[in-house]
Each structure stands twice: as structure tokens, then as C-alpha cells.
Design a protein around this ligand. Structure first.
Ligand code: NAD
Length: 268
């Protein structure tokens, strides 16, 4: 296990080489990303100091409350509008670009992401390779009839003063296509994510605290299927004990260096 500080530098170089060799030797690589993959794009994660749960109370955003309380829906749209403003401006960082490069090198089975920011798409990964476990903030749907809306179009209504947008066709509640606490996980994506995790030969976690279920059980599913497990995160996670390599540090820095090594090893 590798920590911060200069005394760990040579150990970290060793870990980076180890991980790049694993990438070169593996054929079914699954990369699992969390909020920490996008903090270097200026999107705060939720749990770190200064994150969204320092400012808002997660209790206010349970799906049941959205369904049953107009006041909760108003609060939801205030919080969600703030988060979306930040997501919309964000550009892919070194983490997203490194993962896009893995695909170009034909070294990526798929990305399983907890993120809702669309940055893997913006970085150039093919949509078919991206499994969005918690949905996307870039679109909105009617909870009643399922009609789909462009997020910007709905935000424009909110900007003009509408507090709780409703469906043009049926008057149902509109909600961004993200999964709230207490809301059912998307069936297809969840099943596919478990399947791909189990079938992987290398599972790389980047920037996740690995505490939110069912996402947190994916690395263990991968281990059950015989994969090597690599965890790249600033802070320790509950899965570190199962990992074959753990690198604690900036995800952008670590991923950039790993890709540098991979390129060198495969002669690109
Ligand atoms: P989390 O907030 O629980 O944990 C993020 C982890 O990333 C932390 O352990 C932290 O140590 C690490 N981290 C932060 N910046 C890092 C960096 N630069 N380099 C390396 N590690 C770094 O996030 P989570 O586990 O992904 O779960 C939060 C939930 O909130 C997810 O379900 C996700 O849907 C949602 N979320 C999404 C976004 C987004 O789309 N960008 C942002 C915030 C939260």
C-alpha cells in the first residue's frame, strides 16, 4: 500500500509500474469511477469537506420526499440547479483522458461510473463502453409518462422562475435522470455492471470512497470472478484489504503516469 509524501515516492513509482504491467497483460479491463475522478474538473465530491453534503442535508433529497412533498421538490431543484451549473461548465481532466486513451489502445472493456456528469462521454469514450450506474444529469424525464427532455430546456424554465417543472404532455413530475437516495437502481445498467465486473480480469477503481451500495460491491464481484483489483483514491476505502495494489494520491497525476508507462511498454 502506498501513501503520501516524498518518502513514498519510489514505492509509488513501483506501484505505477506494477499497474501499467497489469494493464498491458490484461484483456478485459473494467474501470470503475466515482466522484473523485471528476474533482480535478472542478466538480466537488459529496463527502469531502466542502462537498455538497456540507451544504445540503441528504435527508431532504430522498426519492420518497420528492414524490410526496412540493417543498422537498422545490429544495431538490435549487440543489440540482446549482450542481448542474457546475457540471455543465466542467471539462474532462487527466483521469477521463487517460481512460479514453485506454479505449483507443484497445485496452478497455468498459467504464462503470457512479458519476452523473457525462465527462467520460465528453472525453471521447464510446457510449457503448460507458455504464452510468447512477444515471445522468444531462437529461430530464417525466416520472409519470417517461417523456424525455433536454436538461438545458428544463433549466431555462427554472431560470425564468418555475420552481417545480412538470411534463407538457401529462402534468407529471419532471426529474433529472439521476438516481436519488431511495430510488430504484436502473435494472439494465446494474445487471450489466455486475456481469462485466465478474467477467473482468483487471478492475481499476478511480476516485471512489466505495461506500455507496450497490456500486461498492462491484470490486468484490470482480475479485470473485478472478480479477486483479487496483484502487486509486486519495483516501483509504473499505475494499483496500482485497486489492492487489492501492495507490493513494491525485487520480489525475496517477492515471497520467500509468498511461505514460503503458504507452512506453507497448511502444506507442
Ligand atoms: P464520494 O464523494 O463518496 O468519494 C469520493 C472519493 O474520491 C473520496 O474517497 C476521495 O478521497 C476521493 N477523491 C476526491 N478527489 C480525488 C482526487 N483528485 N484524486 C483521487 N481521489 C480523490 O464519491 P463516490 O464514492 O463517487 O459517491 C458519491 C455519489 O455521489 C456517487 O453515487 C455519485 O453518483 C454522486 N456524485 C457524482 C458526482 C459527479 O458526477 N461528478 C459528483 C459528486 C457526487
Amino acid at each position: 500500500m502506498v501513501g503520501h509524501g516524498p518518502q513514498h515516492f519510489s514505492k509509488r513509482v513501483g506501484e505505477i509500474e506494477t499497474v501499467s504491467k497489469l494493464i498491458v497483460c490484461s484483456n478485459r479491463i473494467v474501470v470503475f469511477t466515482g466522484a473523485g475522478a471528476s474533482t480535478e474538473s472542478g466538480i466537488a465530491d459529496f463527502r469531502s469537506p466542502g462537498g455538497i453534503w456540507d451544504k445540503y442535508d441528504p435527508e431532504d433529497f430522498y426519492f420518497q420526499r420528492f414524490l410526496t412533498s412540493e417543498e422537498a421538490r422545490e429544495k431538490y431543484w435549487v440543489m440540482s440547479t446549482e450542481v448542474y451549473g457546475c457540471l455543465k461548465k466542467a471539462r474532462p481532466n487527466r483521469v477521463h483522458l487517460a481512460i479514453a486513451e485506454l479505449e483507443k489502445l484497445d485496452k478497455l472493456e468498459c467504464i462503470i461510473t457512479q458519476n452523473i456528469d457525462g465527462l467520460h462521454h465528453k472525453a471521447g469514450n464510446s457510449p457503448a463502453k460507458i455504464i452510468e450506474l447512477h444515471g445522468t444529469a444531462l437529461s430530464v424525464s417525466c416520472l409519470n409518462c417517461g417523456k424525455n427532455y433536454d436538461r438545458d430546456e428544463v433549466q431555462e424554465r427554472v431560470r425564468k422562475g418555475l420552481r417545480v417543472p412538470r411534463c407538457d404532455d401529462c402534468g407529471g413530475l419532471l426529474k433529472p435522470d439521476t438516481i436519488s437516495f431511495g430510488q430504484a437502481m436502473p435494472e439494465r445498467e446494474t445487471a450489466l455492471a455486475y456481469e462485466r465486473s465478474f467477467g473482468s480480469d483487471l478492475f481499476i477503481v478511480v476516485g471512489s470512497s466505495l461506500v455507496v451500495q450497490p456500486a461498492a460491491s462491484m470490486p468484490l464481484r470482480a475479485k470473485e470472478g478472478g480479477a486483479q483489483l487496483v484502487i486509486i483514491n486519495r483516501d483509504p476505502t473499505p475494499c483496500d484489504g482485497y486489492a492487489d495494489a492501492v495507490i493513494n494520491g491525485s487520480a489525475g497525476d496517477v492515471m497520467e503516469r500509468i498511461l505514460g508507462e503503458v504507452r512506453r511498454e507497448i511502444g506507442n
